[in-house]
Design a protein around this ligand. Structure first.
Ligand code: NI
Length: 135
C-alpha cells in the first residue's frame, strides 16, 4: 500500500468559533465552509505549515458525528489517507483487520471524491479517499 496522509479530521462543536480560534493559531481556511447533506455536518478545510486539517461540526441532531461529539467534545478523531488504488488498498486494509463502518460515498467538501471510514481495534478510525487522478 502507498497511503498518503491527506488530512486530520477534527471534531468541533461550533464551526465559526473553532475556525476563528484555529486562525489565531496560524491556520488559514482553504475553502468556504461546506454543508455535507449526506452526513449532516459542516466542514471547513484549513492549512498550516503544510498540514491540512478538516474541522467537522454536527449540523443536525442525527449527524454522523453527533454520537462522537458527545464522547470526545472538541478533538481530533480521524486521519484521512489518500490511495492511488482504492479497491486494492481497501481489500488490503480489510485483510489487516480494518472494518468499514460505512460504504464509499462522495464527499461534497472534497469535490465529490469518494471516501470510506474504517475502524481497527488497535488504530481507531481512519478515512480512505480515492486519489484525485482516478476520479
Ligand atoms: Ni476527513
Amino acid at each position: 500500500m502507498a497511503l498518503k496522509v491527506h488530512h486530520i479530521g477534527y471534531l468541533v462543536k461550533k464551526m465559526e468559533a473553532a475556525a476563528a480560534a484555529f486562525e489565531k493559531l496560524g491556520y488559514s481556511a482553504t475553502q468556504p465552509v461546506i454543508y455535507d447533506d449526506i452526513r449532516k455536518v459542516n466542514i471547513c478545510f484549513m492549512e498550516k505549515d503544510g498540514y491540512r486539517i478538516e474541522l467537522v461540526s454536527p449540523a443536525a441532531e442525527d449527524s454522523v458525528v453527533s454520537g462522537l461529539m458527545k464522547r470526545y467534545k472538541n478533538s481530533p478523531y480521524h486521519i484521512c489517507y489518500e490511495t492511488e488504488d482504492f479497491g486494492k488498498d481497501y481489500m488490503t486494509l480489510v485483510s489487516e483487520g480494518f472494518m468499514a463502518i460505512d460504504t464509499p460515498t462522495p464527499a461534497p467538501a472534497l469535490s465529490g471524491r469518494e471516501v470510506v471510514f474504517m475502524t481497527h481495534v488497535s488504530v481507531g478510525m481512519i478515512e480512505l479517499i480515492k486519489d484525485r487522478s482516478v476520479v
